[in-house]
Design a protein around this ligand. Structure first.
Ligand SMILES: CC(C)(COP(=O)(O)OP(=O)(O)OC[C@H]1O[C@@H](n2cnc3c(N)ncnc32)[C@H](O)[C@@H]1OP(=O)(O)O)[C@@H](O)C(=O)NCCC(=O)NCCS
Length: 178
């Protein structure tokens, strides 16, 4: 992690910096950035929404995570619910902290920043478990989540407007340590 510090992030104030990181890490078009901006700002009004950031000594944001307790009325939850219900696993939607976004700037990846961000935000959660969705492919994100104890609870999940299927993963909290 060198001199990158992880701590609470005022995501509303730093939303453009966070989206710049996400655009590089995940790939976003300008149109997608504008849409995500609205979504993030709306999410920050949700009960229990929290964010952590990774910043350099100069204050540059190089990674962030945010999430909130799951609410079955939220759009994400309504999309994944039928997949989980058909497998008898929709109890994962209750008492669960959702990781909504996790991104690390490519130049700062593979230094333990992503692991620190997600471990720290879930350590501070009151819920006994955590859920998230990730593109359903072998990726650094999927390896990281598996190593933290997340297991697949749904595969090939289709979000309207997303070109690729997602996997939904769930883990008991606290997350596994290395
Ligand atoms: C996923 C992501 C946040 C991980 O952040 P990071 O700071 O690079 O992760 P860490 O350095 O903490 O790595 C932790 C684990 O990730 C996995 N990982 C990281 N880079 C990897 C790579 N290139 N190939 C395979 N696994 C990798 C490993 O399991 C690693 O475990 P280790 O600590 O035992 O080596 C980052 O790769 C990223 O931003 N990716 C693009 C955006 C994205 O996919 N976000 C998630 C959306 S669901």
């Amino acid at each position: 992690m060198d001199d990158v510090a992880v701590g609470p992030l005022d995501l509303a104030a730093r939303v453009d910096d966070a989206l710049a990181v996400q655009a590089l890490a995940f790939g976003l078009t300008d149109d997608e950035i504008a849409v995500r901006r609205h979504i993030i700002l709306r999410h920050l009004d949700c009960r229990g929404a929290r964010a952590l950031g990774a910043t350099t000594p100069a204050g540059r944001l190089v990674g962030f995570v945010y999430g909130m307790p799951n609410d079955r009325a939220h759009w994400w939850s309504t999309v994944v619910e039928p997949y989980l219900r058909s497998a008898g696993l929709d109890h994962w939607l209750d008492d669960s902290f959702v990781i909504t976004e996790l991104h690390v700037h490519p130049a700062y990846q593979n230094r333990g920043i992503g692991r620190t961000l997600i471990t720290r935000i879930t350590d501070e959660a009151d819920e006994p478990r955590s859920i998230l969705s990730a593109i359903d492919t072998d990726s650094p994100a999927r390896s990281l989540y598996r190593s933290l104890g997340y297991v697949d609870i749904a595969r090939r999940v289709r979000f309207p407007s997303a070109p690729t299927p997602y996997a939904v993963m769930g883990a008991q909290l606290p997350l596994k340590r290395k």
